[in-house]
Design a protein around this ligand. Structure first.
Ligand SMILES: Nc1ncnc2c1ncn2[C@@H]1O[C@H](COP(=O)(O)OP(=O)(O)OP(=O)(O)O)[C@@H](O)[C@H]1O
Length: 303
């Protein structure tokens, strides 16, 4: 295998007058877990459907391992659609074997894979039940089994965590991390940003059909302003006034939360703080993905 990354290259898509994607570009590297986040209607499902090849892009290209996605590549993708796609009146076990066979597994391999994944995902006791008789969470576990049962080389999952209980979230997380560790590209969309921050190697934020930030959470942090917490109990209001590029964001007791524009020397802030008296705390605040996301997404309103 060469460079087995999944590349979404300047993909655009319109639905009539609605521009769903505008030259959306990112890649999911082999062996990484990539979190795809954005508001409702931002374009995540459209991107994933185009990556899978069930929806045609107006322009742009999706490549895997350096070549455009073909029908053959499509069979090597494990996909979990947002609208889910299981046959409600078919038994869990039969359905998974059927899907594995559709993807080219032999009858015995399909059976073994079904047994393995239902057990790992905790639905082995449900193999003989119709899908429609399962709880929503168990249906989702079966849906993940359906994405994995043919041992895919790429995983594309549309909101796999939505509606899962905490135990199921852990089971799902473990499987996704393992698949990435096996060396395949794994991309999933989610609105659960704490989960994305905890699990993903890199994150892409899409807004209005455009990828507006891509990178590790640390890289996304470095693009924004730096926040500092200074606890200087004797400091009087206005103690930072002489330092260019520093804005007071808020106060929390004797602590001041400051925003420093990129390039401002934090030592100048420390000197000013010490000039007021004792300094009990002087630290950088690391914004969470939720805060970074809010900043990126609300820029839409300012634009
Ligand atoms: N079949 C369709 N016909 C017309 N417009 C569509 C269709 N599918 C999606 N859209 C529009 O395209 C845009 C992108 O939708 P998409 O479903 O890709 O967003 P999303 O990021 O997956 O949203 P969500 O988080 O709500 O699932 C939205 O404006 C949506 O209304």
């Amino acid at each position: 295998m060469g460079d087995a990354r999944l590349e979404i290259d300047r993909v655009s898509k319109r639905y009539g007058d609605v521009v769903a994607l505008r030259e959306t570009t990112f890649d999911v590297r082999a062996g990484e877990l990539f979190g795809f986040v954005g508001s409702n209607g931002a374009g995540k499902t459209t991107t994933m459907r185009i990556a899978l090849g069930v929806l045609a892009a107006d322009s742009g290209e999706v490549r895997w391992d350096g070549t455009p996605i073909t029908l053959d590549t499509r069979r090597r993708i494990g996909y979990m659609p947002e609208e889910r796609g299981l046959y409600p009146k078919m038994k869990v076990g039969e359905q998974l074997v059927y899907l594995a066979r559709l993807h080219g597994l032999s009858a015995s391999d399909a059976e073994r894979s079904m047994l393995d994944w239902t057990e790992r995902l905790g639905v082995d006791g449900r193999r003989g039940d119709d899908v429609q008789n399962l709880s929503l969470g168990n249906q989702q576990r079966v849906q993940l089994a359906a994405a994995l049962v043919h041992n895919p080389d790429i995983l594309v999952l549309d909101e796999p965590f939505s509606g899962l209980d905490p135990i199921a979230v852990e089971v799902m997380s473990k499987v996704l991390l393992e698949k990435a560790a096996e060396g395949i590209p794994v991309v999933f969309s989610s609105h659960q940003l704490e989960l994305v921050e905890r699990l993903c190697d890199r994150v892409g934020i899409i807004r209005g059909g455009e990828m507006v930030a891509v990178g590790t959470v640390d890289e996304l942090r470095s693009g924004g302003a730096v926040e500092m917490v200074v606890d200087a109990p004797r400091a009087q209001p206005g103690w930072t006034d002489g330092i260019a590029g520093v804005t007071v964001r808020s106060h929390d007791g004797s602590r001041t939360i400051l925003e420093l524009t990129n390039g401002v020397d934090d030592q100048a802030v420390l000197t000013a703080a010490l000039a007021t008296g004792p300094v009990h705390e002087f630290s950088r605040r690391r914004p969470s993905l939720t805060e970074l996301y809010r900043n990126v997404v609300t820029q839409e309103d300012k634009a």
